[in-house]
Write a protein that binds this ligand. Structure first.
Ligand SMILES: [Zn+2]
Length: 209
């Protein structure tokens, strides 16, 4: 079975790798945000409760997220496994997760802070259509302009170096105890997330083999 958890700071490339793995292994990529939005769109009871929090811009409580995840894991497309991206985020969530499903692999995307800051500081957004570019890895065809609509690209205020360092500090405080716990259990595999998408994908495959 490939019941996989991907851990790592924002900008480490978990989402990109999760999509590749999902196609390769034929198992769903479960990101918390997408799962909550899907449940809300389907109008399930838990989904409607989650929507009430989201529409007020509030954090959805842990037990509600867990209920929606539990329901999602009952779908037949998870028979051969799944990729959890963005969950669990802390020790309490990891302990609840154990109650609803076994986990086969925990991969931690490790990346030096300097590389991450540089990567995120190259991000540019189109304020019209929301497309995200990276000046190094995914540049627009015409410098500074959106490919779709020609709008001048902007840098989001939370992609500035100072904002990125703050986000990383918060991430480390919450997640380090979780990493320690998986490490003590002997389940944590560390994958270097520096380098190209293909290089990281090869390391991910090796870690799962
Ligand atoms: Zn655009």
């Amino acid at each position: 079975m490939n019941r996989i958890i991907l851990l790592g700071p924002p900008g480490a490339g978990k989402g990109t790798q999760a999509k590749l793995l999902s196609q390769e292994l034929g198992i769903p990529h479960l990101s918390t945000g997408e799962m909550l939005r899907a449940a809300a769109a389907q109008g399930t009871e838990l989904g409607r409760r989650a929507e009430a929090f989201m529409s007020q811009g509030k954090l959805v409580p842990d037990e509600l997220v867990l209920g929606i995840l539990r329901a999602r894991l009952e779908s037949s497309d998870t028979r051969r496994g799944f990729i959890l991206d963005g969950y669990p985020r802390n020790v309490a969530q990891a302990e609840s997760l154990v109650e609803i499903t076994p986990i086969d692999h925990v991969l931690y995307f490790e990346i030096p802070e300097g590389v991450l800051v540089e990567r995120l500081s190259q991000r540019r957004n189109c304020p019209t259509c929301g497309t995200v570019y990276n000046l190094v890895t995914q540049p627009p065809k015409v410098p500074g302009r959106c490919d779709r609509d020609g709008t001048p690209l902007v840098q989001r205020s939370d992609d500035t170096e100072e904002a990125v360092r703050t986000r990383l500090r918060v991430y480390r405080e919450v997640t380090l105890p979780l990493l320690d716990q998986y490490r003590r259990q002997g389940r944590l595999r560390t994958v270097s997330a520096s380098g190209s998408v293909d290089e990281v994908a090869a390391r991910v495959r090796a870690a799962l083999a």
